[in-house]
Structure formats: C-alpha cells, structure tokens
Design a protein around this ligand. Structure first.
Ligand SMILES: Cc1cc2nc3c(=O)[nH]c(=O)nc-3n(C[C@H](O)[C@H](O)[C@H](O)COP(=O)(O)OP(=O)(O)OC[C@H]3O[C@@H](n4cnc5c(N)ncnc54)[C@H](O)[C@@H]3O)c2cc1C
Length: 435
C-alpha cells in the first residue's frame, strides 16, 4: 500500500507521520518542492528580525528523524505538476511519474505576487527557502513592507525592533482594519511612532533604481533597500486544475470532515484545503499552523484505518506586534448576520492585573454574542500583558458552545499578579447580563 504526500510542511508531515505510525507496513513518500521539510514557518519573522541567525533552529526535526527513525521517504526539490486520479498517478516536474494508492494534497499556500515582474530585493515570504534568501539580501537600513494584514504588521514590528528604518504601506485609510479601531488604538498609536506609516496608497510601480528600490504610489514615491510584498496568500492548487479534484472558487480543495476530497483515496489538508467553521458549519479557509497540523493528523489517521474527524476551527489568530498581544477568534457581526444570528457586542478596557500590583497594562477586549441565545460568537483583544491567554479562554468558550452567562460564571483562577479580581473577561460577560 503506497501513500504519496504532496508537500512536506506542517500538514503533510503530520499526515505522513500519523499514517506510518498506524500502518507500519505502508510505504509513505513525501514530495517537497523546496529544500526543507517540517519547519516552523511561524518562526520566520523572528529569524528575519534577528533573534537568531541559524535557520536550522526553525527545523522541527532533522530529515533523518523521518527517513531513518520513522521510515518515511522524503524527496526534496521536486514539484508535482499534475495528478491523474483515474490512473492513480502523480506527475513530477522532471517528467517522472509515481503511482499511489492514497494521496494527500498538502501543498500549502503562496504569497500573492506583485504584478511588476522580477525586481531585485523585492520579496514575498512563505517558505524557509524564501526567508533565507531575504535574510542574505537584507543589506541596507531602509525596508518597506507593503500590506497591513497580520504578516505585514508582524514584520513591521520585528524589522523596526531589529533597527531597520521601516515604511509600512497600506491601501486602507486606517491601519490594520482587520480589527476594530477602538480595540487597537494604543497599538496603532505606537506603531505610527515607531514606523513610517503610509495610508490610502496603491502601488502603481515597483522598480530598481541603482542600489535602491523605488516604489511609486498613487500620490508619492518611496525608496528603500529591501521591500517585502505582504498583501495576502493564495492556495497552491493550480497544478490540480483539470484533474477532477473538486475545488471552490478560492481555489481551495474541498475536503470533508475526514479531510477526504471527492475521490475516496485522495485527501487534502492544511492551507490548500477547506475546513469547517465551528460556528457556521460552513467550509472555509483557516490558513493557520495548528489547524494544518490537526488536519494532517486526521487525514493520516483515516488513511491508516483509524477514523478521525476534524471538528472545525474558529480562525483563532494571535500575533505579537510591538509589545502587544493581539488577536481575534470566531465570527464578527457582519458574518453573524449573514448566518442568521442577531449579534450584539460588549467592549471593555480594563487592567490586566490588580491595580495595586506592578506591571499591569490595559486590555482592550470585544466579545460578540448572539442576543437571543446569548451564545458567544467571537472576540478581539489587544494588550501588552496577558491578552493572548484571555483570547484563548474565550475561544475555548466559543468552541464549547458557551453563553455569556457561562463565561461570567466560568471559574477562572485569580491572583493579583495575573489579573484583577474582576478580570476583563468577567467584566465583558457581566456587561452583557446587565440589559
Ligand atoms: C511568515 C509566516 C508566519 C506565520 N505565522 C503563523 C502564526 O504565528 N500562527 C499560525 O497559526 N500560523 C502562522 N503562519 C501560517 C502557517 O505557517 C501555515 O498555516 C502552515 O504552515 C500551513 O501548513 P501547510 O502544511 O498547509 O503548508 P506549508 O507549511 O506551507 O507546506 C506546504 C509545502 O508544500 C510544498 N509544495 C507546494 N506545492 C508543491 C508541489 N506542487 N509539489 C511539491 N511540493 C509542493 C511547499 O514547498 C511547502 O513546503 C505563518 C506563515 C508564515 C509564512
């Protein structure tokens, strides 16, 4: 029995390891287009930001862990260019073909490319290979980040921390519109003090000008030594076009709760596949590391013969920007309305520790809930001290289908150095109960 896996990232290696652990007799081959397997993409901003210079620290395991210890064959540097489900064959970029009994598509996503051709020192980031290239070329002190999504904000923060002069360019009229303005007001103020923020501008041209890169915007020109284009990602599924494997309009492979596609022996996991929204039950995109790992494990387990179901995700995102812990989970009011809920929200600004205990910082928290049922639907948070664990607490409540009442009575541990006796979470829940 032969299992072939396309992509050696988080989800692909999780699938390979799980299937092989259950079915020791199964022949498992991972085909990875890049030079590395099983590495921490999420650590790339810290590698680029100078926390460490040895990229090997981003590798979860040496390749021998898979080849020698786990008995998984790894083929690096070869890309799959086509899949033929009827013949159960994949085609490689060197023209070679490989038969499979089971196939896992774990090809991830790529950063969207800019439309101005190949310009030296203008980069996108996705893989470790791309990060190594950027680090090698990060000479000069001026860096431009285009895009103010989670990655653009994170990179601007890390690059400025490492001493670079950063310009952050956004097409939006306000920075980081992914989150509400009143939740991120301190963060945005500090970001504007730290980096040169250019708002409401579209990039109309990008070119090399001697040693510099010139970025032409609608109303001004910006120059820098290195530019990172971070305006979003797209699933790596173009090679599947025409294969008969069902994809949605975003180009994601449609996978069921076992991570199975419309072919019973083909699975899709990670950033290239749909997963279920825990609240709405809809199949959508959650391109996040934990989701990818779990999807991989589910697929590997099912292929190995031990059925598992992926129970859904909430798109929970946490990120460190400057000194802030920032994040969101669940659905916002707009999506809630589209799904038949009657959303209401509470917003809290409260201390992270007992007022008399040193080191406290404000926590900005918004909780969205469905008014008739009081079911918690989503949250946003921003603060310098203990914001991430609070978001994860609310995520757990959403995951468990809890109401605002449950959140109020939820027996959180209390001690002054870690929170006030009326924690921001409890205050938020109590506000919803006042009406
Ligand atoms: C800079 C950065 C920071 C991030 N930070 C976070 C974070 O803090 N938290 C979080 O939850 N998520 C974060 N993510 C996202 C997270 O890393 C991804 O969701 C996760 O790695 C997805 O795993 P995957 O297996 O689907 O894809 P990947 O890990 O991207 O692996 C896919 C692999 O498939 C290979 N491949 C693609 N096409 C082919 C082909 N045709 N043939 C052969 N091989 C192919 C690629 O080379 C790649 O190695 C971050 C991502 C980046 C880039």
């Amino acid at each position: 029995m032969k299992l072939v896996i396309i992509g050696g990232g988080a989800s692909g290696m999780a699938a390979a390891s799980k299937a092989k652990r259950i079915r020791k007799d199964m022949e498992v081959t991972v085909i990875e287009g890049g030079n590395f397997v099983s590495y921490a993409e999420c650590g790339i901003p810290y590698y680029l930001g100078g926390y460490f210079d040895d990229y090997n620290r981003l590798l979860h395991y040496p390749v021998e862990e898979f080849t020698k210890k786990r008995g998984i064959e790894i083929i690096n540097g070869k890309t799959v260019t086509a899949v033929n489900p009827d013949e159960q064959v994949i085609v490689l970029d060197d023209g070679g073909k490989m038969k499979y009994d089971f196939l896992v598509i774990a090809s991830g996503a790529s950063a969207k490319a800019h439309p101005f051709g190949n310009v030296d020192n203008v980069f996108t980031i996705r893989t470790l290979d791309s990060a190594i290239k950027i680090k090698k070329n990060m000479n000069g002190s001026e860096i431009c980040i285009i895009g103010d999504g989670v990655l653009g904000m994170e990179l601007s923060s890390e690059m400025s921390r490492s001493g670079k002069k950063v310009t952050l360019i956004s097409k939006h009229d306000r920075l980081f519109p992914k989150m509400d303005e009143n939740i991120t007001e301190d963060l945005i103020r500090d970001m504007k003090n730290r980096v040169n923020v250019v708002l409401g501008e579209n990039v109309t041209d990008l070119k090399r000008n001697g040693d510099k890169i010139t970025i032409q915007l609608s109303r001004q020109t910006v120059e820098c030594d290195v530019c990172i284009y971070a305006v979003g990602i797209r699933p790596n599924t173009e090679f599947l076009k025409g294969s008969g494997i069902a994809m949605n309009e975003q180009g994601l492979v449609i996978a069921d709760r076992n991570m199975k596609t419309n072919y019973s022996n083909i699975y899709a996991v990670g950033d290239c596949a749909t997963s279920y929204n825990r609240i709405t039950g809809k199949q959508e995109w959650h391109p996040l590391a934990q989701v990818a790992n779990k999807m991989g494990r589910v697929a590997g387990s099912c292929i190995g013969g031990s059925m598992m179901e992926f129970k859904g995700a909430l798109n929970t995102t946490v990120v460190k920007i400057l000194d802030y812990e920032v994040g969101f989970t669940g659905i916002d009011e707009k999506i809630a309305v589209l799904n038949g809920f009657t959303p209401k929200s509470v917003t809290v600004k409260a201390g992270s520790r007992a007022a008399y205990y040193p080191g406290g910082e404000p926590i900005y928290l918004k909780i969205v809930y469905d008014e008739p049922s009081m079911r918690i639907l989503g949250a946003q948070i921003c603060g310098k001290d203990g914001a991430a664990w609070r978001l994860n607490t609310i995520e757990t409540a959403i995951y468990g289908g809890m109401t605002m009442d449950d959140l109020f009575y939820n027996d959180l541990g209390y001690t002054p150095p870690f929170g006030p006796v009326w924690d921001p979470i409890v205050i938020g829940a109590s506000l919803s109960m006042r009406d």
